[in-house]
Design a protein around this ligand. Structure first.
Ligand code: HEC
Ligand code: HEC
Ligand code: HEC
Length: 435
């Protein structure tokens, strides 16, 4: 889920060549010893307090999101994750001895979370975000172990990954780890509150926010030096979480807390696409930790070089001549008919104040139209405490109508010039969704 599907061909070629090179270079390091199996621990070996703590930490880490198949048992795995290199299936992490992690010691589990190496010594694919989990403390990892080992065992074998050669060969991952897996201590960032430090620890560790919000290089690794500056996930744009977020000025710690905890903020809009399950997990996490995450992200959004950004923005805007066309009039008409009932002035949805007006949503302000298109294709689910939802228009609007509508909405609500080549982008996203 963490990889985007763009530039598939370029990725494949480059990756294949580099992967072979890496495998050859690090041949000497590619085998890790197996850690001996143990008898399945008895759930009563763990204190209820530790299990409860582990449950919260597992929610912050989204373990259930990736390790549960649609309609399947929680943590039993087999969820297919699309990557530019093929499909990786998540593993069964229930304590089943034959198909899950029932015979794993705490030490074996810790090595998996920190190094991405399985109990039997095989390397795991970085679709599993161990590059972030490696920043978690041993005691937090042990609490997650206690929680998982106290779940019901479910028998469910993991389907074989479907990756392009030679990537199906796990030892090539030793090369990837050598290049990209960092075990450094976090940089000293000067004096900050305990809450800020807690937020930083959770965001960069178990929360793995960078798994989606950081851009990736051609080898699928997060680009160093660009942490949280915006990335892609499952055909969506994961907006920047620093000062370059187009709505940075209005994202306060309290607004972020509300958004992360409920999946919606009346001053910013809904958490759609792959962000929705993240907020559903955070809804179960204690307020203290979610607030810490919010405080840390708010400090990144504050930044201090906003002035430079807006100068670039203006130049960019000036270069796009606003040319009113027929499609604008067409967009206005379509909007009144299909969207005005909810998004128009003084409609019940707007009067209730629980749902954001389109003038504040990031989806319409950012340079990448993906999220606005996805909202139209798939709709937006109801949020906690706000019943209204948006239907999917995939079947009722064609590419041309969608483009006209969205450019009308961007001009009218975000006050920005329409997106270029929008119809083409709409048709690309429609195609990817059908794949
Ligand atoms: C973004 C998706 C994603 C998230 C989030 C995620 N995992 Fe995974 N995990 C995977 C995938 C995919 C694999 C299998 C990778 C492979 O085949 O190499 C995996 C493998 C594992 C394994 C190895 C088990 C085995 O026998 O192969 C363990 C243990 C594990 N994950 C634990 C966790 C825990 C604990 C969390 C939460 C803190 C978590 N994962 C969150 C995707 C994810
Ligand atoms: C699986 C991918 C994924 C992960 C993991 C993820 N996000 Fe997101 N996030 C997204 C996407 C996609 C969006 C855009 C959603 C939309 O358009 O409604 C988003 C939106 C957001 C927004 C709203 C930004 C805006 O301006 O509208 C915030 C804030 C946010 N994420 C914070 C976080 C934090 C904090 C974490 C880690 C605890 C995190 N995200 C983890 C994918 C992800
Ligand atoms: C039945 C009510 C309803 C209708 C009809 C509707 N929407 Fe929405 N729309 C919502 C709700 C609820 C949200 C989530 C709250 C928010 O972000 O404003 C939303 C959000 C959006 C977003 C922001 C998506 C995001 O990721 O933040 C866009 C863009 C949007 N709608 C465009 C449209 C367009 C264009 C139409 C007409 C084709 C339309 N909507 C029709 C209810 C509706």
């Amino acid at each position: 889920m963490a990889f985007a599907l763009h530039h598939k061909k370029a990725w494949l070629g480059t990756l294949a060549v580099v992967a072979v090179g890496c495998a050859a270079v690090v041949g000497a390091y590619v085998y890790q010893p197996a850690i001996p199996p143990i008898a399945r621990p008895d759930p009563s070996d763990f204190s209820p307090a530790e299990v409860a703590r582990g449950e919260q930490l597992a929610a912050i880490g989204d373990c259930a999101v990736c390790h549960t198949q649609t309609g399947g048992a929680v943590f039993a795995g087999s969820r297919p994750l699309a990557t530019p290199f093929g499909t990786v299936f998540s593993s069964n992490i229930t304590p089943d001895v034959d198909t899950g992690i029932g015979d794993w010691s705490a030490a074996a589990f810790r090595r998996t979370m920190k190094d991405g190496v399985r109990r039997d010594g095989a390397y795991l694919y970085p679709a599993f975000p161990y590059n972030h989990f490696t920043n978690a403390s041993d005691s937090d990892i042990d609490a997650i172990y206690a929680f998982l080992m106290s779940r019901d065992a479910v028998s469910a074998p993991k389907p074989a990954n479907q990756l392009i050669p030679p990537l199906g060969f796990r030892p090539v991952l030793a090369g990837w780890n050598l290049l990209f897996l960092r075990h450094d201590k976090p940089k000293d960032m000067g004096k900050h509150s305990d809450e800020w430090e807690r937020g930083r620890y959770l965001v960069n560790g178990l929360g793995h926010c960078g798994g989606c919000h950081t851009p990736r290089n051609l080898l699928g690794a997060e680009e160093s030096g660009k942490a949280l500056t915006g990335g892609t996930a499952e055909g969506y744009r994961a907006p920047p979480l620093d000062h370059s977020n187009p709505m940075a000025a209005s994202w306060t710690a309290d607004a972020l807390f509300h958004y992360l905890k409920t999946g919606e903020d009346p001053a910013h809009g809904a958490a759609a696409g792959p962000m929705a399950p993240v907020t559903q997990e955070l809804a179960r996490v204690n307020d203290h930790d979610v607030h810490a995450i919010a405080v840390y992200i708010a400090s990144l959004m504050e930044g201090d070089d906003g002035a430079e950004d807006s100068a670039i923005d203006e130049k960019h805007e000036a270069s796009k001549a606003a040319s009113p066309t027929n499609s604008q009039a067409e967009g206005a008409m379509l909007f009144a008919g299909s969207c005005g009932g909810c998004h128009g002035d003084d409609t019940p949805m707007q009067r209730s104040g629980q749902r954001a007006p389109l003038s504040v949503v990031t989806a319409l302000s950012q340079d990448d139209p993906s999220n606005a298109i996805q909202a139209l294709m798939k709709g937006i689910g109801p949020a906690k405490g706000a019943g209204s939802y948006m239907p999917a228009f995939r079947d009722s609007l064609d590419d041309q109508d969608m483009a006209a509508l969205l450019n009308y909405a961007r001009q009218n609500f975000a006050d920005k010039p329409g997106w270029d080549n929008l119809e083409k982008k709409v048709s690309e996203i429609r195609k990817e969704d059908q794949e």
